[in-house]
Design a protein around this ligand. Structure first.
Ligand code: ADP
Length: 587
């Protein structure tokens, strides 16, 4: 990381601290007091030897013993307050960052989630914020305390004997050099550990979420091998850090011992020559004793802070991604719509792709019409739905609702009028009622039952022991693909949207459910504009218009009977093929 980047990260973190600045200043004040007491303690050695022991003064001895206890009591209380304050501040700051990250992530367009794996995002939100929290609640405190103590001690030892201090300081640069060098090495190694453990996490997440495929293709060995490889990489990184950490302590101890030996030797001479008292020397040695740990700790704390900076950098780099699709500043809040949809010479390709998926597509759907889009898979049918939902924006041309370009409308108000039943049924692990009323928080029980009835879901829900309160994903609760799909349809129905977008919504329904669903659909679709993407053509015969899409272009359009009258028409051929298949299937 460059210096400027690092500075930016510090400033950004400070901004998060702003709401808690009063507590932070209080915590810093307590830290100053704690280190003042730390620095005062070796001084009592001097008083003990010079004023109490040599002069044989029992009174001073008693006072000293009592004040020693007093000092530790006060230090304990102050440490508690300061520790608790810092835990309070860091946990709040981290929660703020986590909440911001979560909200930001939700605003990201779908394309963002294609680029960043779920594992990676989860690792940012949990691991990286955890590192920040740990380092700031303990590492930073210890660094501040150690620095303050070090400054205090240096002042005191100068005061006791500057010549001895100068001699001692001779050895300090050596220690500092070592600390710096180690700190740098530790930093790069620990960054690698984090990267490797994020890799392990990502692989684990991917395999667990695709366990059905792993079982289905019996690729256990392959996946175990992949996991083993990545896990070994992570172990290697940890071992390297372990080696560095293990060398760190003995080297620092040796440096410490050299310092103490020098102080003993030179300080002893100064006492013998009458330049210092025995108490001075003992206090001096006491001071050197209390700074060896802080000096030693500083290296690793600096390393930890670097590690936290790397974590913060990763978090901020996600927060800095501007959503490629967002509301205009003057976006229109559309209250009521009639339901007209228009594609005007729409050209669209997915980001990073070369080839256009939709090639100059134009069509118009009047309010209340039912349009069906059919064609081979990969033709771009779902993409049309995605553009109406504004999951993506076209590169040229426009998608209009009631004459408004969807880019001019606020996404929230646009999507309120769209009832989407996507291809992949996604249900949450809550009750059936909550799943159905997901997009309509003020839905009543009647609304939920109405939506379920229309979607032909009421009967199977009603038969369940807990009915609408059944929790999905609970032990023993199993739903078939068709049942899940009907719940998903009810979720769109309950919003009472002016525009219905059904993307292969009936693909998982069995024949009898489907004919019932068709009936219900015809009822519910009255007065609404509907686009049905369908694979099975038998389900869309009643549509006002059918578009046959191939390779991002409309190759045929018309009603079912118009298209069936076309000699060698693509629609007609596909329809006849499917009818034959159905006949064979029913034999
Ligand atoms: P259909 O619904 O007709 O089967 P889609 O609209 O889903 O077709 O997809 C059209 C083409 O766009 C396909 O070739 C598909 O591979 C590609 N595609 C779909 N989604 C993405 C995406 N997020 N990124 C890149 N390419 C995509």
């Amino acid at each position: 990381m460059k210096k400027k980047e690092l500075k930016d990260i510090y400033f950004r973190l400070l901004k998060y601290l702003k709401p808690y600045i009063k507590y932070f200043i209080l915590a810093l004040f307590f830290m100053c007091l704690v280190s003042a007491i730390m620095v005062a303690i070796p001084w009592t050695l001097k008083v003990l030897i010079d004023s109490a022991l040599i002069k044989k003064d029992a009174f001073i001895l008693n006072i000293l013993a009592l004040s020693m206890i007093g000092l530790y009591v006060i230090k304990g209380i102050l440490s508690f307050c300061q520790n608790y304050l810092m835990i309070y501040i860091t946990n709040n700051v981290i929660s703020d960052i986590r909440e911001q990250f979560f909200s930001h992530m939700q605003l990201m367009p779908l394309e963002f989630f294609k680029r960043h794996s779920t594992g990676e995002l989860m690792s940012r939100l949990t691991n990286d914020t955890f590192i920040l929290q740990q380092v700031f609640s303990t590492g930073l405190v210890s660094l501040v305390l150690d620095t303050l103590t070090l400054i205090g001690v240096v002042c005191f030892i100068f005061y006791i004997d500057w010549k001895l201090t100068m001699a001692t300081i001779f050895i300090l640069p050596l220690a500092f050099l070592a600390v710096q060098k180690f700190g740098r090495r530790l930093k790069s190694v620990s960054y690698r550990i984090q990267e490797r453990s994020a890799d392990v996490f990502a692989v684990l997440q991917e395999i667990l979420s695709s366990i059905k495929i792993v079982h289905g293709f019996a690729t256990y060995e392959k996946e175990s091998e992949r996991f083993k490889k990545i896990n070994r990489e992570s172990v290697k990184a940890v071992l390297k850090a372990g080696r560095l950490n293990s060398i760190y302590t003995p080297v620092m101890e040796l440096l410490g011992a050299m310092g103490i030996a020098a102080v003993f030797w030179y300080g002893g001479y100064r006492v013998i020559n009458g330049h210092m008292t025995i108490g001075d020397l003992m206090a001096f040695i006491g001071y050197i004793g209390i700074i060896t740990t802080p000096v030693r700790r500083m290296g690793s704390n600096l390393g930890n802070i670097q590690q936290a900076m790397a974590a913060a950098h990763r978090i901020f780099s996600v927060l800095d991604i501007e959503p490629s699709i967002k509301d205009k500043e003057d976006a229109i809040e559309i209250k009521e719509i009639k339901g007209m949809i228009e594609f005007d010479n729409v050209w669209f390709k997915y980001p990073d792709d070369e080839e256009y998926i939709l090639k100059g597509l134009s069509f118009k759907i009047m309010p209340g019409q039912v349009f069906a889009i059919v064609g081979p898979s990969g033709a771009g049918k779902t993409t049309i739905i995605d553009l109406i939902m504004r999951f993506y924006d076209p590169q040229s041309g426009s998608v209009k609702i009631d004459g408004y370009d969807v880019r001019d409308l606020s996404m929230r108000s646009l999507r309120r009028h769209l009832g989407l039943v996507p291809q992949d049924v996604i249900l949450f692990n809550t009750t059936i009622s909550e799943n159905i009323s997901y997009g309509k928080s003020d839905a009543t029980t009647e609304d939920i039952i109405w939506a379920a009835k229309i979607s032909n879901a009421h009967d199977f829900i009603d038969k369940m022991e807990k009915g609408y309160d059944t929790i999905l994903g609970e032990r023993g609760v199993r739903f078939s693909g068709g049942e899940r799909q009907r719940i998903s349809i009810a979720r769109a129905v309950i919003k009472n949207p002016k525009i219905f977008l059904l993307d292969e919504a009936t693909s998982n329904l069995d024949a009898s459910s489907e004919s019932q669903f068709q009936e219900a659909l015809k009822r519910v679709l009255k007065g609404r504009t509907t686009i049905i993407v369908a694979h099975r053509l038998s389900t869309i015969i009643f549509a006002d218009k059918i578009l046959y899409l191939e390779n991002g272009k409309i190759v045929e359009e018309g009603t079912h009977s118009e298209l069936m009258n076309k000699e060698n028409g693509k629609y007609r051929m596909l329809f006849e093929l499917q009818t034959k298949e159905n006949m064979f299937a029913s034999l």
